[in-house]
Design a protein around this ligand. Structure first.
Ligand code: UD1
Length: 313
């Protein structure tokens, strides 16, 4: 039976991926430092899944976990802007970049020892493009100009994947995630996405706050599609270290999002506008064509469908 490592396995996307792999009959080691996620209830873990609390930047730990598995989905990262830009920058850098590097090096080493490819699919981010103000979908060859430490670390991960592919045949694939949503984000965390925050606000029957004029657009991709893309990318991992957008290609303004969510909930709450967030991208929408060609991946969950399901759960 195939056994895979999922890092960030206690996080929002990680939990969905672990559950999907288990449903597919795979064995899974879900590893997480728990620095930004809660300990999963061991009694509720699907059959074939074990959980390990681990600092993945610890190379010996990365080596151990990689040796026990046949492939890795690397989702662990520090998504907190406050931590990665503030006093916790060193730990955040370790969680986002060093952990990925440790796993990539462990994967290359395992490959050299066994002579078999060890595929590693890692989460990169639309943050690597920076706060583009162009209103055209971003293709993979668009300039990458990250504005924060998180985006810079994700870009560095892409560069290291390429470098380790060239020097040691490390077999990787990167997916640049746009705005993922779905059940399982903490509604009280300021690092949760706008959809999760709006849902909680609507449930509390409070006014929605839109930063800026609300005409900024995002590419919202449902977590079920995210999971599918990760699974498809596993067999596309190679020393060429390919990277694809993980997106829908559809632009949704925050005004439209708020309207849709209010309509689905039958809410008549008010909307208040606050000053725009500093550095907020005006238009962050991906071009999905390359992933469609290479992986056969097209996002299937429409925003209406995804929101309806999300607001019911
Ligand atoms: C997302 C990521 C971030 C990443 C960035 C670039 C999340 C939570 N954040 O940020 O880590 O660096 O993409 O790829 O996924 N908004 C409101 N009202 C609210 C909350 C948000 O108007 O109550 C607006 C924001 O100003 C923004 C949009 O909604 O314009 C989306 O916000 P958010 O979900 O935080 O994601 P990004 O800013 O795109």
């Amino acid at each position: 039976m195939s056994k895979y490592l999922v890092t960030g396995g206690a996080g929002f996307i990680g939990r969905h991926l672990v559950a999907a792999l288990a449903r597919d009959g795979k064995e899974v080691i879900a590893a997480d430092s728990l620095s930004n996620a809660k300990l999963p209830d061991s009694a509720a873990l699907p059959e074939g899944v074990s959980f390990v609390q681990a600092d993945l930047a610890d190379f010996a730990m990365a080596q151990r976990l990689v040796r026990e598995t046949e492939g890795c989905f690397h989702l662990a990262a520090c998504a907190s802007v406050v931590r990665s830009e503030g006093a916790g920058w060193r730990e955040a850098h370790s969680d986002t970049l060093v952990s990925g590097l440790a796993l990539m090096r462990a994967a290359a080493e395992r490959q050299e020892e066994t002579g078999e490819a060890y595929p590693l699919v890692y989460a990169s981010s639309a943050a690597t493009y920076g706060a583009s103000h162009e209103s055209a979908p971003l293709a993979e060859d668009a300039p990458q100009k990250p504005v924060g430490a998180y985006g810079a670390d994700k870009l560095a991960l892409e560069l290291h994947a390429r470098s380790l592919g060239a020097t040691r045949d490390a077999s990787t694939a990167g997916l640049r995630l746009f705005n993922a949503y779905g059940t399982g984000q903490d509604p009280y965390s300021p690092y949760s996405g706008v959809i999760t925050l709006f849902r909680q606000t609507l449930a509390d029957n409070l006014p929605l706050t839109i930063f800026g004029d609300g005409e900024q657009a995002r590419d919202f991709v449902h977590v079920a599609d995210v999971v599918r893309a990760f699974c498809l990318a596993l067999s596309a991992a190679s020393p060429a270290a390919p990277v694809w957008n993980l997106c829908t290609g559809r632009a949704t303004t925050i005004n439209h999002l708020a309207e849709q969510m209010m309509e689905i909930c039958g809410s008549e709450t008010t909307i208040s506008h606050a000053p725009p967030r500093i550095g907020d991208a005006r238009y962050a929408v991906g071009d999905p064509a390359a992933a469609a060609r290479a992986l056969g991946f097209t996002a299937e969950v429409s925003l209406k469908q995804g929101l309806t399901e999300f607001l019911k759960n």
